[in-house]
Design a protein around this ligand. Structure first.
Ligand code: ATP
Length: 235
């Protein structure tokens, strides 16, 4: 479904990615792991069209999306939940969500249906619908970011460290929802610092080191791999 083929990217003189190839099949949850600065966010930003490619190609269902605008890429069904809490704090929860649906310029009724779907996934957001997003807790803001991405009705969701800064209980709760979204048919590529957890919930994993894929394989096998253990699972 989504394929990166020999992708290179960088910032000025900094080489952030080199020869990165990876694949996400329809319905899969795939994780992308690696230390700080390994190039995980850059990889997602290349897929979303935020960072231009310096080499290689990215295809969605066999068609190249390299060089396309982010708007075009969202319209094709790829939505990204960025790292951190990038909500609009002065706007209500509902308006933050509606912004995520603007791209399809849907009818009011369709937007309402999309909102209801997000509220079914995250009932807490419904309860706080009219409050300013800035008043939400960290966990609720993360739900809002995911909800906003879901409003564009993506086929593939790119998630950048959703567990960042959340307590263990909230992380567990959030990951249950992520697993449910995947089970309901949403394809997910997830970047995580929490390698143990990411390998537990995903089917396949890639590990980046200095901008290159150092390991990849079925997640269950990566969890058993002594080299992966030593470097990423802290044993
Ligand atoms: P983290 O977990 O810290 O977010 P990451 O694996 O997501 O790390 P990237 O953010 O993709 O890594 O960064 C890859 C490399 O590119 C790093 O060396 C980083 O310093 C550099 N880099 C990232 N963004 C920029 C930028 N806007 N300008 C210059 N260099 C950048």
């Amino acid at each position: 479904m989504l394929k990166l083929d020999d992708v290179g990217a960088g910032y000025g003189a900094v080489k952030a990615l080199e020869g990165v190839s990876l694949q996400v099949e329809q319905g899969q949850m795939v994780c992308l792991l690696g230390a700080n600065g390994a190039g995980k966010s850059t990889t997602l930003n290349c897929i979303s069209g935020i960072v231009p490619l310096r080499g290689g190609d990215i295809t969605l269902d066999g068609e190249s999306i390299a060089g396309k605008s982010t708007e075009d890429i969202v319209r094709r069904g790829i939505a990204q939940v960025p790292e951190g809490r990038e909500t609009f704090p002065e706007m209500s929860v509902a308006d933050n969500l509606l912004l995520g649906g603007w791209i399809h310029r849907r009818q009011r009724k369709q937007l309402r249906d999309d909102l209801d779907r997000v509220y079914t996934t995250f009932p807490r957001l419904k309860e706080r619908e009219q409050q300013h997003a800035g008043l939400l807790s960290g966990g609720e803001q993360q739900m809002l970011m995911i909800g906003r991405a879901l409003m564009s009705r993506p086929r593939i969701l790119l998630m950048d460290e959703p567990s960042l800064g959340l307590s263990p209980v909230l992380v567990e709760h959030l990951f249950q929802t992520i697993v449910e979204l995947n089970r309901s048919g949403l394809t997910i590529l997830i970047v995580e610092q929490n390698a143990q957890l990411a390998l537990k919930v995903s089917e396949y994993g890639y590990i980046l080191e200095n901008g290159e894929i150092a390991f990849h394989g079925v997640s269950a096998a990566l969890r058993e791999d002594p080299k992966v253990h030593e470097a990423y699972l802290g044993t």
